[in-house]
Design a protein around this ligand. Structure first.
Ligand SMILES: [Zn+2]
Length: 423
């Protein structure tokens, strides 16, 4: 994939400019081989959603059916009777056993497949090192939420599900708050961007949009991947915009501006706060269904699996199993929620940055790991961002309606195919 993608003739501002033709011209600029590869990569991801789900279900059924889970609980009880510590010990056992069971899939999905498609930059050693760090983070954070939730279930056996949803939500907000400052740096180096050639246009864009940003952050994502990306993370005081070094290295200034406009859209449109509200609804629904389905399953198989009740840690594989069914079924809804926000951020970003061609070229770069032209149903189910085609079209539609910004002079002669005078 070329780093610098020229603006196709049909996408250059002219009196005959047509958004549809401009979109087709951009798509045609992608080499067929590159397109075939990213289609195969992304479509393979659809199957992975299914296989991950199936493997997770099998692991849970195995732990319950063989009573390993009950055995792990007994072992944890031998370590300590002090309930929170007992829960933490069980959690560590659970994490270890499930990590071993799903390890082959994790290697394929996270390492072999990424390398096969040229998206990974790590060798096996550093990749394993990251996995190990992830496991430790999971042990600590997962251990905390497990202790809290089992504590709630033991103290409030009738209303645990509603309090459990509240505790989960509060914990989620806490994790979002600390992530940029304490979690991300465990895996990557985050620094403040200092090159004024890059930061000045970005900060100008921020000020023009009423964003009180002083700093823009960069992350050394190239340590793990070739993917270009940027994000808004954090909450309150820790909220920040971060660009990854692949974008800084491979993206043109116009692309970087268009991506920043998009990220500012997330910020100005309060997407993090709205997502939290959305997840509050999802969490309460999930816990209500969990209460009902746990009671139902325990009545049937509780004795056979040697689970004593809601407050017994041995129930965890069942909770994970029911939760994974819930989220598997919800896949299109969650994707559509995210994709809708992404589309809003796209619209904001185009208006703010006025870089429709930078935006189109960023869409092509992002198309290295995302199918460019899916069907409508396919996009609805699987895409958590608008497809590349839809993003390019959105950019070209914006350009068509703002052609005067791009024509050399307002009275440019017909058919001059004016130079793309970006500002
Ligand atoms: Zn976004």
């Amino acid at each position: 994939m070329p780093t610098e993608i020229p603006i196709p003739v049909q996408a250059q501002a002219s009196a005959h400019f047509d958004a549809e033709a401009a979109t087709e011209a951009y798509l045609a600029a992608i080499p067929a081989e590159a397109r075939g590869r990213s289609d195969a990569y992304f479509e393979g991801g659809y199957w992975l959603i299914l296989w991950d789900f199936v493997i997770g279900v099998m692991a849970s059924v195995l732990l319950l059916g063989t009573r390993w889970s009950a055995g792990m609980r007994n072992l944890a009880e031998r370590v300590t009777r002090f309930k929170p510590v007992h829960t933490f010990v069980y959690w560590c056992e659970y994490l270890l056993v499930t990590s071993v069971l799903t390890f082959p899939m994790a290697v394929y999905e996270g390492f072999l497949r990424e390398r096969k498609y040229g998206l990974a930059t790590q060798t096996f050693g550093p990749w394993m090192n990251d996995q190990f760090k992830g496991l430790l983070v999971n042990a600590v954070l997962g251990g905390i939420i497990a202790m809290l939730l089992f504590g709630v279930a033991r103290k409030l056996p009738r209303t645990w599900w509603i309090w459990g949803a509240m505790v989960t939500m509060a914990f989620l907000i806490f994790v979002v708050l600390i992530a940029p400052v304490y979690l991300v740096p465990i895996f990557n180096k985050v620094s403040i961007l200092s090159d004024p050639k890059i930061t000045e246009p970005i900060l100008r864009l921020a000020r023009a949009n009423g964003i009180p940003a002083r700093d823009v952050y960069q992350i050394d994502a190239s340590k793990q991947t070739t993917r270009m990306s940027a994000n808004v993370s954090g909450f309150g005081n820790t909220m920040r915009i971060t660009l990854n070094d692949n974008l800084l290295r491979r993206g043109s200034p116009e692309e970087i501006q268009s991506v920043m406009g998009h990220e500012m859209g997330h910020y100005v449109l309060h997407h993090i706060y709205k997502s939290m509200l959305f997840f509050l609804v999802v969490t309460v629904m999930g816990f209500a269904l969990l209460r009902w389905s746990l009671d139902w399953s325990l009545a049937r198989w509780g004795e056979r699996w040697q689970i004593r009740g809601i407050g017994d840690t041995a129930i965890l594989p069942l909770v994970v199993l029911l939760g994974s069914i819930f989220f598997f079924v919800l896949t299109p809804i969650l994707n559509t929620y995210t994709r809708t926000q992404e589309y809003e951020a796209d619209m904001y970003g185009l208006n703010a940055s006025r870089q429709p061609d930078g935006f189109a070229r960023a869409a092509i770069h992002l198309g290295e790991y995302r199918k460019m032209s899916p069907g409508a149903v396919e996009e609805w189910i699987f895409f958590d961002h608008p497809s590349g085609r839809n993003r390019i079209y959105a950019g070209m539609r914006w350009k068509a309606e703002n052609l005067e910004l791009f024509m050399g002079k307002p009275e440019a002669p017909t058919g001059a195919g004016g130079k793309d005078g970006r500002k």
